[in-house]
Design a protein around this ligand. Structure first.
Ligand code: PEP
Ligand code: MG
Length: 324
């Protein structure tokens, strides 16, 4: 652990004027569990289930999946663990399920694949539900959602899996279900989506890529990939407003949540939780603890009037340096 930051482990992510947000972790590998607990994570905001799938040479069976998920849920209980249903396609491939496309980022990805393969989706959801028996800290998150009908279909399947298990004698509860906002269409549908689910979570990695039309993995255009771009900030503001209009909580689980400067802006926008790589958790907590919500809001107002991501980033950095 970074020297000087350990003392933050037990302290909340709370501003100088008493506003508290939740700091959660993104997980996938087994080793993420201990790293996260060591740093005092308040639950998992994004468990990338494709990671254990990538490390095998075939789809893990229901019982195998149940064991993998149980480990996550148990390690973080009573905190919530947000399990994302399989998000393959785009930049995430499975060797035993090859997808060949000219334009994978605009192709068969995430929820699209799962709704075309309900048998895979059902096995995964059944495994998650079984794993949560007696713990009740499972939340299910749907990736790459573009339209309301995808959520309705997924919810129908989740409900069916739950009914099946009840009939089979398992005492499982229906988990909270949320949608990832990572496609521009979902930004403009945020309120309609929020109406149908329990929470929203913004995936700023994909959202930035799709809003700016910049491949997140292409070095040639890496300079243009900018989460401080005014369009990204406006989109984020809109999502918070839409979620709160429906009385639903909203978090961020993209890399942006793990950078102190952007984390402070996200808090000022009204996000209730930030989920990040465990390595960034204490740095983000430290940044939150050294600002007041009122001054973070003032800072947000200032940057919303600026028209360059670069200038915005510099302005926020300067503010944080002064505060620290
Ligand atoms: C995102 O897109 O911001 C996200 C959190 O998901 P992933 O990085 O796994 O695509
Ligand atoms: Mg994504």
């Amino acid at each position: 652990l970074q020297a000087g930051l350990e003392r933050l482990r037990e302290l909340p992510a709370q501003t100088l004027d008493g506003h508290r947000i939740q700091v959660q972790v993104n997980t996938g590998l087994l080793t993420d569990i201990s790293r996260s607990l060591e740093r005092g994570a308040e639950g998992v905001g994004l468990y990338r289930t494709e990671i254990p799938f990538m490390m095998r040479d075939r789809f893990p069976a229901e019982e195998e999946q149940r064991q993998i998920y149980r480990e996550q849920l148990q390690a973080f209980a009573p905190h919530a663990v947000t399990m994302r249903t399989l998000d393959i396609g785009g930049d995430k491939g499975l060797p035993y399920f090859p997808i060949h496309e000219d334009n994978p980022f605009l192709g068969w990805r995430g929820i699209r694949v799962m709704l075309d393969h309900p048998e895979l989706f059902m096995v995964q959801v059944r495994a998650m539900l079984k794993a949560s028996q007696g713990l009740d800290n499972l939340r299910i998150l749907l990736p790459m959602v573009t339209s309301v009908f995808e959520v309705e279909e997924a919810q129908y399947l989740i409900h069916r899996a739950w009914m099946e298990l009840r009939e089979e004698g398992f005492d499982v509860s229906l988990p909270a279900v949320g949608v990832m906002i990572e496609v521009p269409a979902a930004v403009y549908q945020a309120q309609a989506l929020a109406q149908r689910v329990d929470f929203l979570s913004v995936g700023t990695n994909d959202l930035t890529q799709y809003l700016l039309a910049v491949d997140r993995n292409n070095q040639q255009v890496a300079d243009l990939y900018d989460s401080f771009h005014p369009a990204v900030l406006q989109a984020l503001m809109h999502v918070v407003e839409a979620a709160h209009e429906e009385g639903k909580p909203v978090s961020v689980c993209g890399e942006m949540a793990g950078e102190p400067a952007s984390a402070v802006l996200l808090m000022a926008m009204g996000f209730e939780a930030l989920s990040m790589n465990a390595a960034n958790l204490l740095r983000v907590k430290a940044a939150i603890r050294q600002v007041a919500l009122s001054s973070a809001r003032q800072l947000l107002q200032e940057v919303l009037g600026m028209d360059s991501g670069e200038v915005i980033a510099a302005h926020v950095d300067l503010h944080l340096k002064r505060a620290g």
